[in-house]
Design a protein around this ligand. Structure first.
Ligand code: TRP
Length: 454
């Protein structure tokens, strides 16, 4: 990757903003509540939080440290660090995973665009629970409209990458993200005042351990990698632009804390509302897009709240799509061995993504919804494949690669601190990476696949 395109990252705040921008997105506000709703509420939350501490923290720190050490983005970093091409496949695996994520992520970003438009036009105002559900389905079956809605964010992201202004967007998000947080706090207060919200809070916060099946654990682990954008080596890119004196532990901790706060807050808005309005928590991917309009209608300044919320959600999604599409752009440039420049690569990626996103939209509408594999359409298949299998697998490979095969001296790649109270950090970190992360992921896999019973 050309360093020049990322200029502006050379400040501490820049890296934190970019990493947090990549992490916080639809994964927190759309995916987390729907996964929690389908997988036992409180039980899912507990496992999720455990995974964040056990997997998210060591992996995020490592990725940033690798980047800082290698001073290079993902692909070249693997080669530079291992000194051979043996681990190159991991780079390609990441790129493939990111590509699949990008395809369905833009579809959901398109839903945001659609609801932003509806918020402006005030068209979901006054709808009840059932109406909101049929309204969503009606929207989805309008393929041309949904394709246009999904292509708009593809073009926005491509434009941002083309002009190399992503650091500008991240700076903008410094103002907008706190606003999103504020908006979500106001919404949660409103929701908690609704009759019957207690049931939702209990569903989300008091774990029913009988719900804790192997597949719930697998989904929660996958969701942790997805939400933190961790395990694919993506954060290596951000580490590469990190000033040497920046405290990696602190930066990762801040990113993780912010990401988790946003996810939990999304749950605090969605679940009380689900029970108060009579939705089904296991509604699936459409969950938040039917519940949020219901909540927003009940806010004071309803129109303004709706427009503000969906605008902020769209920006949060964009800072994530920037980080996703950037990987694809860089991969194409690497693949062409320098024959294609950044602009060519942005054009090619945008074209391919537009086609793939359209196919994903069509897979959900009447036209192609008959085409199913394992009982899922293409959209659900991409979503599940990535979250439950591909991301945990690459996180496993990454921890083995770094923990066991890295020829560098440990010193460079583990966080260490002069402060005495932080002395435990280094051994704990090495131990987590070498043993806890790989063994736990393998056990979760075997358990989830029914090969091994925990
Ligand atoms: N973490 C983002 C979210 O929660 C999604 C995302 C952006 C992502 N970049 C990624 C996920 C890279 C995996 C890998 O919305």
């Amino acid at each position: 990757m050309e360093q020049s395109n990322k200029s502006g990252f050379n400040s501490k705040l820049g890296v934190i903003l970019a990493a947090a921008g990549s992490a916080i997105g639809l994964g927190n506000i759309w995916k987390f509540p729907y996964e929690a709703g389908q997988n036992g509420g409180g039980a899912f939350l507990i496992v999720y939080l455990l995974c964040v501490i056990l997997f998210g923290m060591p992996l995020l720190m490592t990725e940033m440290l690798i980047g800082r050490k290698a001073g290079k983005a993902t692909f070249s970093a693997f080669r530079a660090i291992s000194g051979s091409n043996r681990w190159q496949w991991l780079g390609w695996w990441s790129a493939l995973t990111v590509f699949i994520i990008t395809c369905f992520y833009f579809v959901v970003t398109g839903w945001c665009v659609n609801y932003l438009y509806e918020a402006v036009a005030n068209s979901y105002a006054g709808m009840g629970t059932d109406e909101l559900l049929t309204h969503f389905t009606a929207n989805m079956s309008n393929a041309p409209k949904m394709i246009i809605c999904a292509i708009i964010p593809v073009l926005c992201t491509a434009a941002i990458l083309w002009f190399g202004v992503s650091s500008g967007i991240e700076r903008l998000s410094k103002i907008l993200m706190p606003l999103l947080l504020l908006m979500m706090i106001l919404m949660s207060i409103r929701v908690l005042m609704l009759d019957g919200s207690g049931t939702g809070l209990r569903f989300f916060f008091s774990p029913d351990f009988s719900q804790l099946t192997p597949s719930v654990v697998m989904k929660a682990a996958g969701q942790c990698f997805f939400s933190l954008s961790v395990g694919l080596g993506l954060m290596i890119t951000y580490g590469a632009y990190m000033p040497k004196e920046q405290d990696v532990t602190k930066t990762s901790f801040q990113v993780i804390l912010l990401d988790t706060i946003v996810a939990v807050l999304a749950g605090v808005i969605i679940f009380p509302a689900v029970f108060a309005f009579g939705f089904d928590p296991a509604e699936g991917p459409q969950l938040v897009f039917v519940v949020l309009p219901a909540v927003l209608q009940h806010m004071s300044f309803a129109w303004l709240s709706g427009v503000a919320f969906f605008t902020l959600l769209f920006i949060a999604a964009l800072t994530s799509t920037i980080s996703l599409m950037e990987v694809i752009v860089v991969s194409i440039m690497e693949l062409s061995q320098g024959k294609l420049n950044r602009h060519h690569s942005v054009l090619i990626s945008a074209a391919v993504i537009c086609v793939m996103v359209s196919i994903h939209v069509l897979s959900m509408t009447g036209l192609w919804s008959g085409l199913q594999l394992f009982g899922h359409n293409l959209f659900e298949l991409s979503d599940t494949l990535v979250t439950t299998y591909m991301m945990p697998f690459s996180a496993l490979a990454m921890s083995l690669f770094i923990g066991w095969f890295m020829p560098f001296q440990d010193n460079d790649l583990v966080p260490h601190s002069q402060k005495r109270y932080k002395q435990w950090l280094r051994p704990a970190f090495v131990f987590a990476l070498r043993w806890i992360v790989p063994i736990a992921i393998i056990l979760i896999f075997l358990n989830g696949l029914g090969i091994f019973k925990l």
